[in-house]
Write a protein of this length. Structure first.
Length: 231
């Protein structure tokens, strides 16, 4: 059975590529924010604890769609003022950058809790052993804490990435030409909503399966040398 895409096949392919780029860029930003947030929340310094806790609570308490809209439209006046100061009138944040910031911000808030739980799961004796060997706190973090934290956090991060992949559809509301945006345009032209929304659903499903497969291999690799890694 052949599905007639009315010539929108290349557009859907381009939208898929844009979705993947958006998800990967937001993932990178979110991992950095999540790690910083977790380190702040587990820090002995009270202001850092407050900062990390405020970030995760505030961001997780607001829907992702609202963050996309707030960041895209809320930066218009700020970017205009910055453009005037730099002699670049009309400076604005494009839809892709706004999407990356919004989704990365949300991913980072949830990743903060995943990283925090993974850090707390590492026995305190490991840190004490590092101090006994004369390692600095920075080397203990890099050589002892982060490698073990990554192994524990990876399954949770994988689940968050699956959600992030589907949340990219939210950025279509600000005009980014990803899968849903091209599907909506195709539906408007062809008047066949079921066909194109089903195609979009299968594209998202395919991307999710690919991501799940990649996460499975990453988890097996991270678990090498630990009991039960081969199960």
């Amino acid at each position: 059975m052949t599905i007639d895409l009315h010539g929108f096949g290349p557009a859907l392919a381009a939208g898929t590529l844009m979705t993947v780029k958006l998800a990967l860029c937001a993932l990178l930003l979110g991992l950095v924010l999540g790690l910083l947030g977790a380190l702040a929340k587990t820090s002995p310094i009270k202001p850092l604890q407050w900062l990390g806790g405020s970030y995760s609570t505030l961001v997780r308490g607001v829907p992702e769609l609202l963050w996309v809209l707030l960041i895209y439209f809320g930066t218009v006046s700020l970017m205009n003022r910055l453009g005037e100061a730099l002699g670049m009138p009309g400076l604005e944040l494009d839809a892709f950058a706004a999407g990356v910031i919004a989704l990365g911000l949300c991913f980072g808030a949830y990743a903060t809790e995943v990283f925090r739980g993974a850090i707390l799961a590492i026995p305190k004796g490991h840190r004490e052993a590092g101090l006994a060997l004369g390692l600095s706190k920075g080397r203990i973090l890099a050589r002892i804490i982060l490698p073990q934290m990554w192994r524990v956090a990876l399954p949770g991060l994988g689940n968050l990435f699956m959600i992030l992949m589907k949340d990219t559809a939210l950025v279509s509301v600000i005009g980014l030409e990803e899968i849903m945006r091209h599907s909506q345009i195709a539906v408007t032209v062809s008047k066949e909503p079921f066909t194109f929304y089903m195609v979009a659903a299968f594209i998202y499903l395919g991307l999710t399966i690919i991501a799940m497969t990649g996460m499975h291999f990453m988890e097996k690799r991270a678990a090498r040398g630990f009991a039960g890694a081969g199960k």
